[in-house]
Every structure is written in C-alpha cells, then in structure tokens.
Ligand binder design. Sequence first.
Ligand SMILES: [Zn+2]
Length: 254
Amino acid sequence: MACDRSATLPALLADGAFRQPRRFLAERHVGRCPDCAMALDERHAAKTMLRTKLPFHRAPPGLAARIGAALPRETPPVVARRRGLSQTFAGGLASGTIGALAGVAATLLAVLPLGAPDAAVQGAIDSHIRSLMADHLTDVATSDQHTVKPWLSARLDVSPPVRDMADLGFPLVGGRLDYVAGHKGAAVVYRHAKHVINVFAWAAPGSDTGFAERAHQGFNVVSWRRGGIAYCAVSDLEPDQLAAFARLASGPAS
Ligand SMILES: [Zn+2]
C-alpha cells in the first residue's frame, strides 16, 4: 500500500522546509517508510542532476528591472491574523513571487491544518514529541498493567486506567511521569504496529465530557474528561484508529 505522505513529505524534507522537531519526525518516518525513502532518494537525485547537468546562463543586464516594471502593481491582501505559515503565504503574495511561493504555501497548508489548539492539546503534542526525541518513552517499561498502574498511583494524585490491549492491537508499553501544559500527570504508553500512542492524564476537576478529536502538527489528538481526570491521547495513528483506541483506553481499569 502506498504511503499517503509520499507525495509531499519527501519533497518538503529535501527542500529543507521542516524545522525541528518536525524535521526529526519526518526523518524518522522516512527511516521506516520504504515509499517515502524511495521518493526522497529520487528527489535528491533530481536535485543533484539539476545542479550538475543543466547549463546555466547569465541573465542579460536589466532583465530583472524590466520584469519588475511589467508586473501589475499589487495591493497587499488583507489577511486575517494567523501565526506562522499564513504570514509566509501573505508575504509571498505581497512580494510578487506569486506562483512559486503560493504553490509551496498551498502544499504546506494542506499538510499542516491551521488554527492554534488549546494549551492542553498543544502541551500534549509537545510532550509526545519530547518522549520520541529523547527516546524516553517510559519510566516503567512493562506490558503488565498490574505493575504500571500502582507505579503511577504511588507517585501521582491521579490513577488513570491502564489496560494491556494487545489482543485488540494496542499492546501496553509502560508508563512515565510527565508534564502537560503545566500539569503534572501520567503518560500511559501504548503501541499500534510502529505507532507510539501516549495517553496523558492529569487531575482536572469538572464534569465528564465526550471525546474531542483534533489534528495538529501532523499528529492526531483525542481528548476527554472523566472522573475528574483530563485525558489526551496523541499519536500519528490515523484519526479513526486513534478515536477507536481512545474509547477502548478510557474503559474501566481491570
Ligand atoms: Zn511514508
């Protein structure tokens, strides 16, 4: 099955479009995905060929000025205040390098949904990335739920459900202490194939909520609140798989 990222991710990676930590995550994906690895090799080969094989000609004097004079005058578009990419997008339009930059920006916009998530979701994504980058997934690494749960509850004021769901395709990897947006809490770690799922849990008094789904920075997040505990499940799993997982993981501890 072809990887759905192989059309955009290798191109962006080869063009240096990612900053850390997204570059790390993109390289990590390519390291494991034959489709993207092949696409990246092809991209590098094409770039090398363009650099070495194409003849270069110096532009005649005055060409840039003539092109500049021929372009219609543009008034900068009114763009709603948004962070990051949309500024690049607006800047590209205003400076007149319309085609190329708009194309790049459109690709990026398709890859990265805009709009800032709330602090808890952003915090959960940050902690998820940190756990992958630092290779520090677990403080207690075991698939035994009867070890992980007491280990967490001895160190925290919350006791989230911990279930080994290997029979459902989500084996328990372990747990660790973590911080999410200033809240000290638990991270219960699961896997699905090569995907890591962090379920963050911290004390959050208030009534129970349903499941809220959200995609940001290439990750899917499902959050909910139950029994005075806020939960955020973060992974690069497909949204429907993560949603199904969250419903299983939120079940009563056995
Ligand atoms: Zn891929």
